[in-house]
Ligand binder design. Structure first.
Ligand SMILES: [Zn+2]
Ligand SMILES: [Zn+2]
Length: 470
């Protein structure tokens, strides 16, 4: 059996690991590389293997950096199953359709600019076909992937439907257990449940390491910080502009703003959810109350978590543009999460130079993105080819991170190591081999040192296309 790290190796995006076992080939995730357009286009178009070789895909969650290239497989004739949770399938339906739309627009733009025909990476039909291949399965229930390989999803607590994947592979009487963390969330995040580490006894753990060198403030403080930012900005007569992932982060923010509005902790200003994708994703969220965190007060008390008097959903582009002409304080939540595309761009072009406004950053901002420039308080932002001076206040609320920090990641790993029944001949707490994925080199290298110090003798951050044999 071997594993090839075909994506999210020494970087955060493009999650994909190829597991070859018993003559079969299984992909864990098939995500999009994100970042500089000039670099990612070719990277996304290049497939790491022949599509006919792939027998199955097991998908951790619906984020584009994990699921975004699945339609490319469909475009090339892939017709085998894609296993995921039911909520991931439903979220993927809206996200992949949106992604196809972006690909088509992108190709049109490039064709116009280069004055030559440019094909989109994939189109709407390919996205629909990919979703048709998705088999929605419950958490904590083991299923067959290929002969000899069984898989189990456990809640990763990262976005709705997100899962860690345990693969149990039996070949000639020996069993190997591979645990793929997917993206790991944090305890106490709104709406979704806390991460549940898979039962232990893994031989190998592929562990995400996005924040392997960071300490986050507690989730609990984030809502109060949000109230402060909204109140202060409203008092200045400004707007709060929030670049947010349409799926997950937007719903969490709406949920927290709902709580704050009920408690009278924010002024009565309009809150615009300015993203058709976020509106669709919110509908999907409402379809899956069975996996909400039932210990939360609002979940118990309120039937419709995402509707309250202050919140308005703007689907049409004309409604979005009309917000520029509107006066008075407001909150605008729009995609994309790293301010690379989407409606947030025209809000930033319009509002970044106004010192009354606040740009509120609530998620991870990868290298070479506009969001990273904002976090770094660059004096000038480049939006739609124009230079916009950054005079708005910038606030970063790390408490909303959907990824655990270095302590939370290690606690998760310790539970995997120490939990569950042991296979014969293995000592309690014997450390699995750790492969760090989904992290930038700086974070990974620091995290590797931390884990070695904590008693994990074998920790590696594999380079792209490194292959290991078990
Ligand atoms: Zn994710
Ligand atoms: Zn991710």
């Amino acid at each position: 059996m071997d594993i090839e790290f075909a994506g999210a190796a020494r970087e955060v995006t493009g999650s994909c690991h190829i597991v070859r076992f018993n003559g079969k080939t299984v992909l864990l995730d098939f995500g999009m590389f994100q970042g500089r357009r000039s670099e990612t286009r070719a990277k996304n178009a290049a497939l790491p293997l022949e599509v006919r070789e792939i027998d199955a895909v097991v998908l951790s969650h619906a984020h584009i950096d994990h699921a975004g290239r699945l339609p490319l497989l469909s475009a090339k004739g892939y017709a085998n199953p894609i296993y995921c949770t039911a909520a991931t399938r439903d979220l993927s339906a809206v996200m992949l359709a949106d992604s196809a739309h972006i690909q088509e627009k992108d190709a049109e733009f490039l064709a116009r600019r280069n004055k030559e025909a440019v094909l989109p990476l994939y189109g709407m039909r390919d996205a629909t076909r990919a979703v048709d291949r998705m088999v929605g399965l419950p958490y904590d229930t083991t299923f067959d992937v290929v002969p000899g390989m069984r898989a189990t999803f456990t809640d990763a607590g990262h976005i709705l439907g997100s899962a860690s994947i345990t693969l149990d592979c039996t070949e000639g009487g020996t069993r190997k257990r591979v645990v793929f963390s997917g993206d790991i969330g944090r305890n106490g995040l709104p709406i979704i449940r806390d991460p549940k580490p898979p039962a232990g006894d893994a031989d190998v753990v592929l562990l995400e390491s996005t924040y392997g060198n960071r300490d986050h403030p507690p989730v609990a403080g984030a809502r109060d910080q949000l109230a402060r930012v909204v109140s202060e900005t409203a008092a200045r007569g400004g707007r709060v502009l929030v670049p947010a992932f349409s799926v997950g982060r937007t719903q969490e923010l709406v949920y927290d703003l709902h709580i704050l509005a009920r408690e009278g902790k924010i002024p009565e200003i309009p809150i615009y959810i300015d993203s058709p994708l976020a509106i669709d994703a919110t509908t999907v969220f409402a379809m899956h109350p069975e996996i909400f965190d039932q210990t939360e007060d609002l979940v118990q008390k309120v039937q419709d978590l995402f509707k309250f008097p202050l919140v308005r959903y703007t689907r049409e582009a004309t409604e979005s543009k009309a917000l520029n002409a509107q006066h008075g304080p407001m909150v605008i939540i729009a995609a994309s999460g790293m301010a690379e595309a989407g409606r947030i761009l025209h809000h930033l072009a319009h509002g970044a130079s106004d010192p009354r406004n606040t740009i509120l950053i609530v998620g991870f901002q990868a290298e070479h993105t506009l969001g990273r420039r904002i976090v770094e308080q660059a004096p000038v932002l480049r939006v739609f080819g124009d230079e916009i001076p950054l005079r708005a206040r910038v606030e970063v609320l790390a408490g909303y991170s959907a990824h655990g920090d270095r302590h939370e990641l290690q606690r998760w790993l310790d539970s995997v190591r120490d939990g569950g029944p042991r296979a014969e001949g293995r000592a309690q707490g014997s450390a699995p081999d750790i492969y760090l994925v989904h992290g930038e080199p700086e974070a990974q290298d620091a995290f590797a040192v931390q884990l070695r110090d904590a008693g994990y003798p074998s920790v590696e951050a594999p380079v792209p296309h490194r292959k290991i044999t078990l």
